[in-house]
Design a protein around this ligand. Structure first.
Ligand code: FAD
Length: 475
């Protein structure tokens, strides 16, 4: 028989959403427990979820390693730097990535300790009556009763029925751990994960073919941003094919055969590794015992209201397992907001100012509405854009690609969106986030002093361009 322990808050899942909720709840004086089932590559419990183990952080580690390698072959020469042929030790690169993962997953455990969050390592199932039954990795069982329970179970890769994961067909987990550069890499899905991991291996020398089902490239992004990105990816050798419906795969001696149809008919490619990145699904299978009252939608997401409440007394859900963008920072904010709501504070998430970033080369980022959305919604707007080619710092860095675009309401001048493609735009997008959060106008942004020379001058001039007064280009 399992013993029962009492908490103010029990969090199921120690990923970005869950660990933020747990730490904030503990900061607010609530007795908090967090249950997480994940194990690291060393077989030991590893907090931090998809993001720290097999998502955001390890992908950025490999993106950075591969970028250094690419720059040696393609950019260093411009600076007058010469060297013998660059080489890549993939095992060392992956080991560096693993070291970073270990450092950060261990960091969450240390933060739990410092904040007195009780960690339970094992699989938690919600029972009726706010009880979480945990099957711990050592085989024992424990029951945790929470006045509040926060479900933060996250997401898993979607597996296609005709492309089962294994040695040759992989998801993000496998594609972060190749032991050598595949000669030919196929990618199904030109979304964020497909483009980022496709870029990693392309930069290291793989011949990468990306098959995307939709007819438009990066349909969620601003159309001009997507156009620049597509052009640059093509230059880098990424072969992105649109409107491709993949129907089957076969693993044979000479590689993985991928069968698809496009507007020209039936096609086949043969690759050494195939990355399937067609989206992620909520990890809610087996999470709820009968009778909890918590509802799942037809796709398995936990149904919640605008405040992440499930409608069952004291039960909340956050992060990838609920509606909204599957982004770590969206989960962070939901975790903090729910902990604050539980403590009687006015927790809140502004879903209209969540930034999106794709860490390719060039980087892609945006916040707010695209021109296409504004047109569809009949919102009158003005647009100002500015190219990095006219920014001294970008040219000095030998990265004069892309632009910043600011969209503002035609009548009120309030900023409605910012769209960026180019160097370091993962950082620059936050000027848009901050401006929108403070309900700023394009004129506000245009009148804020930006350091010279800096990449942020592209944001400044784009805001000035909204009123046709950009200094460094013809308006
Ligand atoms: P998760 O991170 O999935 O964490 C859920 C945790 O709960 C896991 O540890 C899981 O083991 C545990 N769990 C689940 N069910 C139970 C249970 N019943 N009992 C106990 N434990 C359980 N997002 C970004 O914002 N920026 C990026 O650059 C970015 N890059 C990415 C790159 C890749 C390759 C991938 C795959 C994802 C990336 N993401 C990125 C998405 C990001 O990782 C997710 O949005 C984020 O991790 C979601 O956080 P979460 O806490 O909701 O869920």
């Amino acid at each position: 028989m399992s013993d029962q322990q009492q908490f103010d808050v029990v969090v199921i899942g120690g990923g970005p959403a869950g660990y933020h909720a747990a730490i904030r709840a503990a900061q607010l004086g609530l007795k908090t427990a967090c249950v997480d089932a994940a194990l690291g590559k060393d077989g030991k419990p590893a907090l931090g979820g998809t993001c720290l183990r097999v998502g955001c952080i390890p992908s950025k580690a490999l993106l950075d390693s591969s970028r250094q390698f690419w720059n040696m072959g393609h950019i260093f020469g411009e600076h007058g730097i010469g060297f013998d042929k660059p080489s890549i030790d993939v095992k060392k690169m992956v080991a560096r990535k693993d070291g970073i993962v270990k450092q950060f997953t261990g960091g969450i455990a240390a933060l739990f300790k410092a904040n007195k969050v009780a960690a339970f390592y094992g699989y938690g199932q919600l029972q009726p009556g706010n009880i979480v039954r945990v099957k711990q990795h050592d085989g024992s069982e424990v029951e945790l009763h929470g006045t509040n329970v926060i479900i933060a179970a996250g997401s898993d890769s979607i597996e296609l029925p005709f492309a089962k994961f294994g040695e040759h067909i992989v998801d993000n987990v496998g594609a972060l751990d190749f032991d050598k550069v595949p000669k030919r890499l196929g990618v199904i899905g030109a979304g964020v994960i497909g483009l980022e991991l496709g870029s990693v291996w392309n930069r290291l020398g793989a011949q990468v073919t990306v098959l995307e089902g939709l007819p438009n490239f990066l349909a969620a992004a601003d159309a001009e941003v997507a156009k620049v990105a597509a052009r640059e990816f093509k230059k880098q050798g990424l072969d992105i094919r649109l409107g491709c419906k993949v129907s089957n795969t076969e693993v044979k001696k000479d590689g993985v055969h991928v069968f698809y149809t496009d507007d020209k008919g039936e096609q086949e490619i043969v690759v050494d590794k195939l990355l399937v990145s067609v989206g992620r699904r909520a990890a809610t299978k087996g999470l709820l015992a009968d009778g909890t009252g918590v509802q799942l939608d037809p796709r398995g997401f936990v149904v919640v209201d605008d405040h992440c409440h499930t409608g069952v007394d004291g039960i909340w859900a956050i992060g990838d397992c609920v509606r909204g963008p599957m982004l770590a920072h969206k989960g962070f904010e939901e975790g903090i907001a729910v902990a604050e709501l539980i403590a009687g504070l006015p927790g809140h998430v502004n879903y209209d100012t969540i930034p999106w970033v794709i860490y390719t080369e060039p980087e892609i980022a945006w916040v707010g509405k695209t021109e296409e959305q504004l047109k569809a919604e009949g919102i009158p707007y003005k647009s100002g854009s500015f190219p990095f080619a006219a920014v001294g710092r970008a040219v000095a860095m030998a990265e004069p690609i892309g632009f910043v675009k600011v969209l503002a309401h035609a009548d009120t001048d309030r900023i409605l969106g910012m769209h960026l493609v180019g160097p370091n735009v993962s950082e620059l997008v936050h000027e848009g986030v901050l401006s929108m959060e403070f309900k700023g106008s394009a004129d506000d942004l245009a009148r804020i002093c930006h350091a010279h020379p800096s990449l942020s001058e592209a944001v400044h001039d784009a805001a000035m361009a909204v009123h046709k007064r950009a200094i460094h280009k013809a308006n």
